[in-house]
Structure formats: structure tokens, C-alpha cells
Design a protein around this ligand. Structure first.
Ligand code: HPA
Length: 277
């Protein structure tokens, strides 16, 4: 829906949240953002309430690269879950307010646990493409931060701590739960590049040198907003490909989507566990 330029960010977030509430999105406990190629997870919700981004005030549906662009809400695994199927990437708008908008709306709706998912390039050469990684920490290489500008004190402090962004207790539980089902989860550091060009081999070598295990173009803005508001965060990266230069071959977006199709059942099992634990 069209954005009214005169409203403040806080007003826009409130307007979107009130709209979703009026449509029946009531007290969601778990918020999920689905990454590239991973949107099918939303189909697991039975009798969902589906609202197109087009209909939500201030959600710029045109910016969503994934065709869905839907808010999906419903009861799942005994919990009230809201899913943003279709993400706003920073590279689509060059605007952090737009990029992190769905996360802010989820915060405003009162979500307690925030599950952020993405597809990423595997930087760690001891690991393999096709594996799943829990994010233990991140490196923000975007050159921007969604909290720049006026602080919204209602949500969190001016200088929020980032030491415990990705909840350690939940990570341990999730790794154990996954292991019990024979699913191996890696744990590592996610570096955010802006994209949309894939990284160069030299940038990937640099990322590895500074401690990154995975490289992607999302997640960090949403995690900063959710952490600011004190939410429990679980970050799940699907390592769709070895990052640039690890193998002597070019990368394509199609490769990422195809790999995501292959992992989607295991991915869904892990997200299920992230809701359950
Ligand atoms: N780099 C950045 N983002 C990505 C990649 C990658 O190699 N694969 C999937 N998303």
C-alpha cells in the first residue's frame, strides 16, 4: 500500500501493526522471516490468515523480490505464529527503515521469539554447501544500521548491547533437538554484505579472515531491530553454495533457489524445532 511521506517511522509502524491487529493478527508469540527460496514453510500453517503486503499500510510490496509478499498468521504447534513471507532486502531500497520495517511491525505486535532465516554462501571451507548453520553472531558489513536516526525509546535504548543477540540457550537446545533427529546444525558467524552483486573471492577471503563462516545480504538489520527490543532471536542460515572463489566456478541466483528447494523439508523441521523448544 502507498506510503504517506509525512508520517514518522513510529507512526507508520503503529499504523501497520494496528491494521494487522484489526484483521485478526492477535498476540503473535513467534515471528518468522523467511529467506530466499524458503517461503514454502508458510504453507505449513493450517487455516492461515493471509494478508498481502499490498493491503498493509506502509508495506512497500513492490520492494519484495520474492513473489509472495504475504503476512501469514495462524496457530502452529500450539503457538500463535506470524510469518513474513517475502523480505525487504537493503539492496532493493538503499533504505534501512524499509528493510527492517517488517521486523519493527513484529516487535510492535508483541512477538517474543523471532526466527530469522536466510540463504547464505558458505565461507568456512571445512563445511559444505547444503548444510544449515545457526547464527551465533554477526558482522555488519553493510555500512549502515537500522537504528541510525532518532531512537525510539519505547522499543529500546539508544546504545543497545549486542553481546547476546543470538540466544545461546536456545541455540544449545536447538542443536540438541536437531541432533536427536539426526540433523547436523553448524554454528557460526554471519557476515552481511549489501549485495546485490555476489561477493568477490577477495571479499570472501577477507570475510573468512575476520571470522565469518557465512556471507549473505540480509538478516542483520532485522536482528538489530529485534535485539533492540529485547526479543529472543534464532538465526538460521541455509548454506546454499560455497561462497565466491572457494570453488572455481561462478555463482548464480538460480543455484541458490534450486539448492533451497532440495533442503526445504529439513529446513522446515529445524524451524519447527525452533518454535517448539
Ligand atoms: N553470497 C551472498 N548471499 C548469498 C549467497 C552468497 O554466496 N548465497 C545465497 N545468498
Amino acid at each position: 500500500m502507498k506510503t504517506d511521506k509525512k508520517k514518522t517511522l513510529e507512526e507508520k509502524v503503529r499504523e501497520s501493526a494496528v491494521f494487522l491487529y484489526s484483521k485478526g493478527v492477535l498476540k503473535p508469540e513467534i515471528g518468522i522471516i523467511l529467506g530466499s527460496g524458503l517461503n514454502d514453510f508458510a504453507d505449513r500453517i493450517k487455516n492461515p490468515l493471509i494478508i498481502s503486503y499490498n493491503d498493509v499500510p506502509n508495506m512497500e510490496a513492490g520492494l519484495v523480490s520474492d513473489h509472495r509478499g504475504q503476512v501469514v498468521y495462524g496457530e502452529y504447534k500450539g503457538k500463535k505464529v506470524i510469518i513474513m513471507a517475502g523480505r525487504f532486502h537493503y539492496y532493493e531500497s538503499h533504505d534501512m527503515d524499509k528493510t527492517a520495517f517488517p521486523a519493527r511491525v513484529m516487535v510492535s505486535l508483541g512477538v517474543k521469539r523471532f526466527i530469522i532465516t536466510n540463504a547464505a554462501g558458505c565461507v568456512n571451507t571445512d563445511w559444505n554447501a547444503g548444510e544449515l548453520m545457526l547464527i551465533s553472531d554477526h558482522i555488519n558489513l553493510s555500512g549502515n544500521n537500522p537504528l541510525i536516526g532518532k531512537n525510539h525509546d519505547k522499543f529500546g535504548p539508544r546504545f543497545p548491547d549486542m553481546t547476546y543477540t543470538y540466544n545461546k540457550d536456545l541455540r544449545e537446545k536447538l542443536i540438541a533437538a536437531a541432533a536427536a533427529k539426526g540433523i547436523k546444525l553448524r554454528e557460526g558467524v554471519y557476515a552481511m554484505f549489501t549485495g546485490p552483486s555476489f561477493e568477490t573471492p577477495a571479499e570472501i577471503r577477507f570475510a573468512r579472515m575476520i571470522g565469518a563462516d557465512a556471507a549473505g545480504m540480509s538478516t542483520v538489520p532485522e536482528a538489530i531491530i529485534a535485539n533492540h527490543a529485547g526479543l529472543e532471536i534464532i538465526g538460521i542460515s541455509f548454506l546454499s553454495n560455497m561462497a565466491a572463489g572457494v570453488l572455481d566456478k561462478p555463482l548464480t541466483g538460480a543455484e541458490v533457489t534450486e539448492a533451497a528447494m532440495r533442503i526445504k523439508d529439513t529446513f522446515a523441521e529445524v524451524v519447527d524445532m525452533a518454535i517448539d523448544i
